[in-house]
Design a protein around this ligand. Structure first.
Ligand SMILES: *Cc1c(COP(=O)(O)O)cnc(C)c1O
Length: 392
């Protein structure tokens, strides 16, 4: 009783004000779950009821549904996006002695997969406008050992696949698209993951199509290759207890597949919402002395629809801006602070890598702002106001 009246007294002397604004996170997954809760809970309950936890009907249906959505003949579920890249290189027969060209400005998984198969990663610098592999530079890095190129559709913006595929034909290398950040993005009218020999996808919770744990997928238009990938992701077996090659335990979980099937029909809407957030940021920040991400096609010979996995700007005052946002209770993130050719794990493996000046400079200047389909308009306004006041 006593404590109660004291609290009332304090609140009268010191009335609650609006000065303590709620924190704005990089991503908030709760609202999307709340919106789909009835369907997702029912789908999970159904898996629990049926108890077919490994390679059940949801995995099979989800594979068919993704193949139809993206426009490929085959989609093969696997455990996560890193495994998808690893299995892709194995399925294409990449191994020791082979060189695989990729971008230094990506998540480590892209290069890990190359190391897993014993091949050598060769880093080619990025385009300063798109932050993606500079396809114009790829040709200079090709040697007689080059077997594959892994473009990453970073932050949801597709690479210039048109130029890359022309180069692939000319120099006879295979292409594995790392689509971990680009599910649903389009380039030249086709979805990412359907253009190269294999598309590799991640359903990590915060990705554009995310499950509630780990999940991944491989996509291809080559049914023979698809069959090899199916065998590799499940202990090298063509038939239960008949093992033709040494494979892996890398299956997509039935529970995750059930959740993903509930989300897939909404993914275009989610991606459109992300695009709208990005367009709003660009509109409100265009007069500042910063570099904003491109909203559509970055190159003359390709036409792209990005899906804004991240909204990443460049500024010389990156660290000051990050601090100002932190002070205003707004999250921001540096993707990525160290390019892969400068990461210890890589330099231990292959000490001599050519410098990548664009990637090195951008790693010092990049900052990603909060973006997710359900981010409230008031949050976007608050982020813009904070960025303006920090940089003006
Ligand atoms: C997330 C990500 C991966 C790895 O996916 P996981 O499902 O987390 O293993 C690979 N490449 C890129 C570019 C990513 O962003």
């Amino acid at each position: 009783m006593m404590a109660y009246s004291v609290r009332i007294l304090i609140s009268l002397v010191n009335p609650p004000t609006m000065t303590t604004a709620t924190a704005i996170p990089m991503v908030d997954l709760r609202e999307q779950y709340q919106m789909l809760k009835t369907d997702i809970d029912a789908a999970v309950a159904d898996v629990l009821d049926k108890t077919q936890f490994i390679m059940g009907p949801n995995v099979e249906h989800f594979e068919t549904e993704v193949a139809a959505y993206l426009g490929v003949s085959d989609a093969i579920g696997c455990a996560n996006g890193t495994d998808a890249l690893h299995l892709a290189l194995l399925g294409l027969g990449i191994g020791p002695g082979d060189e695989v060209i990729t971008t230094p400005f990506t998540f480590i998984a892209t290069a890990e997969a190359i190391a897993y198969v014993g091949a050598t990663p060769v880093f080619v610098d990025i385009d300063p406008v798109t932050y993606n592999l500079d396809v114009g530079l790829v040709e200079h890095a090709i040697t007689e050992k080059t077997r594959a190129v892994i473009p990453v559709h970073l932050f949801g913006l597709p690479c210039d696949m048109h130029s890359l595929q022309m180069l692939a034909k000319k120099h006879n290398f295979v292409v594995v698209e790392d689509c971990a950040q680009s599910f649903g993005a389009k380039v030249d009218g086709r979805k990412t993951g359907t253009i190269g020999n294999i598309g590799s996808h991640s359903f990590f919770p915060s990705k554009n199509l995310g499950c509630f744990g780990d999940g991944g997928m491989l996509t291809t238009n080559d049914p023979e290759l698809a069959q090899r990938l199916r065998v590799l992701r499940s202990h090298g077996s063509t038939k239960q207890y008949h093992h033709t090659v040494i494979g892996y335990n890398s299956r997509l979980d039935e529970m995750q597949a059930a959740i993903l099937r509930q989300k897939l029909p909404h993914v275009d809407r989610f991606n459109k919402a992300r695009l709208r957030v990005a367009a709003t940021y660009c509109e409100n920040l265009q007069d500042l002395d910063i570099q904003l991400p491109v909203l559509n096609s970055p190159s003359a010979n390709s036409d792209a629809t990005p899906v804004f996995h991240q909204f990443t700007l460049l500024t010389d005052k990156r660290d000051e801006l990050k601090q100002a946002l932190t002070d205003a209770q707004i999250a921001s993130a540096v993707y990525y602070p160290i390019p892969l050719h400068q990461q210890t794990a890589i330099t231990e493996l292959m000490p001599i890598s050519k410098p990548c000046p664009q990637a090195e400079a951008i790693a010092q200047r990049c900052l990603s702002l909060p973006i997710y389909p359900e981010i409230p308009d008031e949050s976007i306004d608050r982020v813009c106001t904070a960025v303006r006041s920090a940089l003006q």
